[in-house]
Each structure stands twice: as C-alpha cells, then as structure tokens.
Design a protein around this ligand. Sequence first.
Ligand SMILES: Nc1ncnc2c1ncn2[C@@H]1O[C@H](COP(=O)(O)OP(=O)(O)OP(=O)(O)O)[C@@H](O)[C@H]1O
Ligand SMILES: [Mg+2]
Length: 382
Amino acid sequence: MEVIKTIRDMQAMSRGFRLEGRSIGFVPTMGALHEGHLSLIRRARDECDVTVVSIFVNPTQFGPQEDFDRYPRDPEGDLKKLRPIGVDVVFMPEVQEMYPHGASITVDVGDIGRILCGKSRPGHFNGVATVVTKLFNIVMPDRAYFGQKDFQQSVIIKRLVRDLDFDIDIVVCPIVREPNGLAMSSRNLYLSDEERQAATILYKALKFGEEQITSNGIRDAVKVKREMERMIASEPLARIDYVEIVDTEELLPVDTIKGPVALCVAVWIGNTRLIDNMVIDTSGRTGTEPASGSQRDDINLKHPGVKSIGGFIEERLGGFMKKIKRLESFDLYNIVISEVEKSIISMVLRETKGNQLRASKLLGINRNTLRSKIKKLGIKIR
Ligand SMILES: Nc1ncnc2c1ncn2[C@@H]1O[C@H](COP(=O)(O)OP(=O)(O)OP(=O)(O)O)[C@@H](O)[C@H]1O
Ligand SMILES: [Mg+2]
C-alpha cells in the first residue's frame, strides 16, 4: 500500500495506472475510518483494478463556527484499517498542499446547496464540490464511491459530474449502521454513552415514517413529517435541525408521496449534529440506494450498472467456483446467462404487471424475442 502526500506524485501514479489500462476506483474520506467507509472501499476494490482512498479533512467545507479543529483525526489507525483490505494507494495531503493559494477559484453548486443541510451549513456543499473536483483531477478515477448516509452530498456530486462533464461514474453505497440502527459516522465519536443511546432516535423516526407510508398507506407527507418530528422531540437530548420528505432528484419537499422520496433528518444530540435518511419508493420498498432516477442516469451514461452486476455475480459465484474447480466440465456459462436472463425478464414483467409490450421496451428487445424467451425460459407471468 503506497502512502502519497503530494498532488504531483498522486497524479503521476494515476497516469501510470491509466497507461497500463487499469481502472481506478476512488473513495474520498475525511479519515477516522469506520465500517461505513470500509464498505465503500471494499466495493471499489471488488469493482476496479486499483483502489485509491483519500484522507483529507477539508477546511473549506467547515463553517467558521464548526468543528474543523477538533474533527477526529487518526492517520495511523486509519492506515492500519486500510492495509488488510487491499487498498493500493492512500492519498493524504496536508492542507497547504491542497490549498496553497487559499480558496481562489471554487465550485458553486447553486440552489441545491442551500436547502436541507445547506441551510444550517452555508457554503458547505460548495466546499465539498470544490475539494471533490480537485480530488477528481488529482486521482483521475474511473469510478468514485460515496455513501448514501450523506444523501444530499451524493445527489450534488452526481450533478457536479453531470454538469461539469467529468468522465467518472458515481457509485452510491448503502448506509452502514450500528446494530442499534445508528448510522455510522466519524462524528459519532463525539457522543457520550448516553448521547449515543439518544441518537438512535434518528433511525427510529425514519423507521416510523417508513411504516406510516408503507404499512399504513399514508401519502400525506406533511402528516408523516409532523409525526416524525413529534417522535424526535420526545427524546430530551435531541434538538431537530430539520425533518423533510423530499423527491430524490431536486430534493424539494413533496406534499403527496407518490414517486420515490427520501426521508431526511438532521438532529443535534447535545453538541453533535447527526444526519440520516431513508429512500422509499412508491411500491413501498425501502431503498439502500437512491431509487430509479439517479440509477437511470448512471445506466444512460456509461453502463456502470453493468459492471457492478458483473462484480455482484463474481462475488456470488466465488464460493461456488472453488467447489467446481475440480470438475472437468460444467455448463456454467449457459446456466448463469439463462439465470440472469430469467431474473431480469421476470423482474421487468413484474414491474409492468405482465404487459409484454412495455416490458420489451424497457428491456430494449423486440417483443417477439421477449415472447420466445418467456417460453424458452419457462417464465411464469402472474
Ligand atoms: N454509515 C455510512 N454508511 C455508508 N457510507 C458512509 C457512512 N458514513 C460515511 N459514509 C461515506 O463515507 C464517505 C466519507 O465520509 P466522511 O469521511 O465525511 O465520514 P462521515 O462518517 O460522514 O464523517 P462525519 O460524521 O464527520 O460527516 C462519504 O461518501 C460518506 O457518505
Ligand atoms: Mg461526512
């Protein structure tokens, strides 16, 4: 594992990887690593030829009254956690290396940076977008991995890449939680035992909101929001920053819950501000990844979904491969391909409620081809 401190060395390293035709997976972090970070890193490692992790506590995304100085830092502990995972490069620049000219030219994310977390953290998302832009130019990744825990951030980064034409696929990974539901976060280190217990109210409120929508069929977003607020307010150590139910594209509050929505909360527990969210789609399933729209963007762009399906299949077949290695011949190719075909067709047919014309359009195959595949693969239409 290489540890690199300068922009020059990192760029040279990445240029080398690219010349060798190796794909670069990148995970930007602020260090004080926990299982949430590690899940992103493992995914990058599984999907890309080389994995680069950056550790940089970025001053420009902290407000003047915020916790930049006391933000948890543990470079030695972090490196210890990264070594066994199979990370190739850790990029750990000093502030002076990243901002030798102060904050000169910066990225402005516009209105989407002024809502939700942007309201109480003015300038935060411009700081994030600026440092991520710099890191993208330094690391030159093919794919970059972000956590859904920072949902607004993930939406803004996708937009940054779209609007400024970065040739990078953004992968948003599910929220990793403690057994009690608390979303993992470096700032959880600030919490006392009592506060840590109180902090579970965020997840409880999200689960409660989810239940109101999916089990009780409530579609009045304001009603769900009020009940979530009431629940959080019942926790004496909690002070609400915001509770919002927003669409997953523009992040604007909805009145009626129809398409995919994100339940987003930001709550002060003592002196620590925590955030959490849950994406729920109309059919009532909760999403670990932001639903439809954002993934559709991905697929339209460069088929990263296809790559990650490949990664998923490899992961699932890993154990199986060990078992069949000793066999001389096995019909693995046909078995896997027809299984994948069968499940994607069944899934799309379920989605279109058995409408084959719509399904063939969604799948991008001819209607007659679809019909013969349904027959050949023995797919049952409910
Ligand atoms: N619990 C989690 N599950 C999945 N991803 C996470 C989790 N926590 C953080 N991440 C992701 O890790 C990346 C780096 O985040 P960062 O270093 O700011 O950590 P953090 O835990 O969010 O810290 P903080 O609490 O200070 O905001 C981001 O993309 C973030 O969304
Ligand atoms: Mg963070």
